[in-house]
Design a protein. Structure first.
Length: 446
């Protein structure tokens, strides 16, 4: 009898792989990295969303009428921070940039915890924390997505980014729940220390993803600057390379315009939310719980969409539907708000816009960066996600205050918001055409 020949067939995926592939429309081999990416985001967002209601409470403590000053302070702090990040990204090994950044952020959180214990009613501690957390969240989240764009080529990103983003929504659901339950027993300082521990755990998940990519290298035709040797090297270049890359690239300028319009729509709705919550809930702990409950509703809707809808839409209809659908829904929401300027309507519009941003817009935005070189995936992307976003916040914050002062009518301000959202949809449609051109290889952009 002839000796049995070794099998050349690929191993059959395990039950988890088959279930994930069937349920979430991903390839069987994508299961482990997709779940690791989801865990990275779950830990990061649990920490951030546990602190987000604390930030909103600190913003109210500084005075609702001063919110535009806080937005301006956040923009200036972001401008000051970005050269430091650019310096780190230029000199640290690419695969270690996230770890070093998250470790520094965890140490700063511990410092704020000590300050809140020593000076719990200090309005300047409240304002400084508000500004710092607003800078932290954009840099940390942008950097996490930079790592994923660095490890996943376009086709794999379309399959996996929605499932990974569901980890963000899971963390966004867990975080405010923890905040609501723990704010009384451990206080704001205790929440900060717990968030620091979650941030370090998120960095560990990101390192696991780097090792997974090392063990599963891409084919040479797809690898480009994603191979293990390239990721061991620093990015080099100037700390201001993000700014120069954006200014020279029509593609990146289009993404920047999309982000500015997104920030403007968000700011218009955010100011209304802060005003109404302050009038309804004067107690700080109650305000934190209300903001936490709103976050729970938003993330519950987002996670269901990310798990079962976003990936299928991206693969069947392309990135365009992710970039355009939410702006169009927001247009309708602002028009509704113009004719019915009530808290109930505002709450519905806020929830739909935010849930849509997490479920559709954010994964779509991140897929745009899989088509650019490594330096742009880190430096230009972080510049857009932080400086450009916070610049949009600052400008739209003053624009909202001016519109309120001049119009004296909520309906007029709401219709202005509808016009901004419609422009946002138009820019999203333009980016859809640009990324399709890049994927076909006919664009002259680098």
């Amino acid at each position: 009898m002839a000796a049995p020949q070794p099998s050349t067939a690929a191993p059959t995926p395990g039950a988890l792989n088959r279930w994930a592939a069937r349920s979430f429309a991903i390839a069987a081999g994508d299961t482990a990295p997709a779940l690791a990416g989801a865990l990275m985001f779950a830990l990061l967002f649990a920490g951030y969303f546990m602190l987000r209601p604390v930030r909103e409470t600190m913003g109210i403590a500084g005075g609702v009428d001063n919110l535009q000053w806080l937005f301006t302070g956040t923009f200036l702090a972001t401008l000051a921070t970005m050269p430091l990040f650019g310096w780190l990204a230029a000199r640290a090994r690419r695969r270690r940039v996230l770890t070093w950044t998250f470790a520094a952020f965890a140490a700063i959180l511990a410092g704020f915890a000590a300050a809140m214990l020593m000076r719990p009613d200090d309005v300047w501690v409240a304002r400084t924390f508000y500004i710092w957390l607003s800078v932290f969240n954009l840099i940390a989240i942008s950097l996490a997505w930079s790592v994923l764009a660095d490890l996943m080529p376009g086709a794999q990103a379309r399959r996996t980014f929605a499932l990974m983003a569901s980890g963000a929504s899971l963390g966004g659901l867990l975080g405010p729940t923890l905040g609501v339950l723990l704010v009384r027993p451990i206080g704001h300082a205790g929440l900060l220390l717990l968030a620091a521990a979650l941030l370090l755990a998120s960095a560990a998940a990101a390192q696991w993803l780097q090792r997974w990519r090392d063990a599963h290298p891409l084919p040479p035709a797809q690898a480009g600057d994603r191979d293990a040797h390239a990721r061991e090297r620093p990015l080099g270049g100037s700390p201001f390379a993000g700014l120069t890359d954006v200014s020279r690239s029509p593609y990146l300028l289009g993404i920047a315009a999309f982000v500015v319009l997104l920030a403007s729509v968000s700011t218009f709705l955010y100011f209304e939310q802060a005003r109404l919550v302050e009038a309804t809930y004067p107690d700080r702990a109650d305000q934190t719980r209300v903001f936490g409950i709103i976050d729970i509703v938003v993330q519950s809707l987002a996670i269901a969409s990310q798990l079962f809808l976003t990936g299928r839409l991206a693969q069947k209809l392309g990135v365009g539907v992710l970039l355009v659908a939410v702006p169009l829904v927001t247009v309708a929401g602002f028009v509704w708000l113009a004719f019915a300027p009530t808290f109930a309507v505002l709450a519905v519009v806020m929830v739909l816009r935010r849930a849509g941003e997490y479920a559709l817009v954010r994964p779509g935005r991140e897929m745009l960066f899989t088509e650019v070189p490594a330096q742009q995936r880190y430096k230009a992307k972080n510049f857009i996600d932080s400086v450009v976003y916070r610049g949009g916040d600052a400008v739209s914050g003053w624009a909202k205050a001016l519109a309120d002062a001049l119009a004296q009518q909520p309906a007029i301000v709401a219709l202005l918001g509808a016009a901004i959202a419609l422009t946002w949809a138009g820019v999203g449609a333009g980016l859809t055409r640009a990324v399709a051109s890049k994927e076909r290889g006919v664009s002259g952009e680098e």
